[in-house]
Write a protein that binds this ligand. Sequence first.
Ligand SMILES: [Zn+2]
Length: 141
Amino acid sequence: MAETYTGTGPIPKPTPETKPFWEAAKRHQLVIQRCNDCRQHYFYPRPLCPHCLSRNVEWTQVSGRGRLHTFVINHRPPRNFPVPAPFIIGIVELDEGPRLMSNIVGVAADPNAVRCDMPVEVVFEDVTDEISLPKFRPLTA
Ligand SMILES: [Zn+2]
């Protein structure tokens, strides 16, 4: 499921809070946190459940499937971020609930080809020996 990385943008630097996320991404698994008290998933990574403030939380693998909540097609990458344009920046709502921002790949960066609510699945781009980026592509099957 790996795709060739074509960008030359900044590489994420894992922090103590995000390290499990990036370690799993390297294994091409999408993990987010879930609260053991109220059982809700959440993202971005943090040591406290945003729903009930419990610290009894754990990392758990999720399906990697969701829907495209919203998106923008960027025709002009920021300076010092020379990725091929146009590209799609999307907010994906995972089947488990939380939303995360990523790139939408495997579809033309064309408003006629991308639509809100389209089903998507995660795909990983290997960037360095340590970092793989979770991105999302239209779910075909
Ligand atoms: Zn909770």
